[in-house]
Design a binder for this molecule. Sequence first.
Ligand code: PMP
Length: 353
Amino acid sequence: MEKAFQKNLISIEPYTAGEQPKSADIIKLNANENPYPPSPEVQKALAEFDTGILKLYPPMDAAPLRQAVADYYGLDRSCVFAGNGSDDVLAAAFRAFFNSGRPILYPDITYSFYPVWCELLKIPYETIPVDGEFRVHVEDYFKDNGGVVLPNPNAPTTIGLEAEPIEELLRHNRDSIVIIDEAYADFSEVSCVPLIRKYDNLVITQTFSKSRSLAGLRVAAAMADPYLISYLDAVKDSYNSYPMDAVAISAGAAAMRDREYFEQVRRRIIATREKTAARLRELGFILPDSSANFLFATHPRHTAEEIYSYLRERGIYIRYFRKPRIDNHLRITVGTEEQMDKLIEALEELLSK
Ligand code: PMP
């Protein structure tokens, strides 16, 4: 029997993250994590961490982390916000900036958390179809809206836009806030962070989960005009004054400061990505050029679901979305060279049958 309170419960379909395998033997290429460990500076920061400070609340504004991000980009600290992963930062941004009652715009094929936040926060939205090759055309966003959110590069399509079209998008959307989700931008050569000086309606979000190998620590940042940052702080201070703990602040700042290691890892992943993309094409896969740390591939002779299941049985987890337009595509995270060799071997086996 239905209980009276049941009608008052939230009705929401939550975001589904990539499966977390029980066994350590699995080759996990399903959550766009980094296959390499974080910077040795992170290890050092943790080893030297003074646990005595844990008796106090952490700095409310995560100042050491915001400062490290500001220094990296040559910005004033007032232009930086920090949070508990970019899911936390994006949720704060949706709350802070999308209150017009008019639909916000984002691509039909994109990060599937956006509709979840819209449902949760009662934000109306309109999805703008990407073209037949999954490309975003910024002209489609030159219309009345309550805000725009666009990942660059886009996920799961891997396709990135140059800074020029993003600037066009900003020029045509002076009256609303534009969020560019740069979760994967470190694997491309394009970042729109410098544009925050020119456009006071631009918000960039970035994460430490991918290029800085800190998915397990939950660290991310947003960069924008200080006026907009003050609204992100107001939202943060209205639900949790201390979303970032002292350990994450310290280790995150250490990761940000180690530019050399960061460059080394991102170059390595880009090189493995290019090599893997070429090998997949040799096997008949069709895939766009990737600007991210993953590939988005389809095969003319085997369904995505069949390939996904075949690999899964062999202990290789990739991502398959049972969703319109992309249900014959696979999203494959770029792992180590050895992991990619195993992936290719398994695919060769399947395709030779
Ligand atoms: N944006 C995009 C486009 C993503 O793919 C992800 C990863 N799932 C995120 C944001 C969130 O990443 P995190 O919360 O780990 O920073």
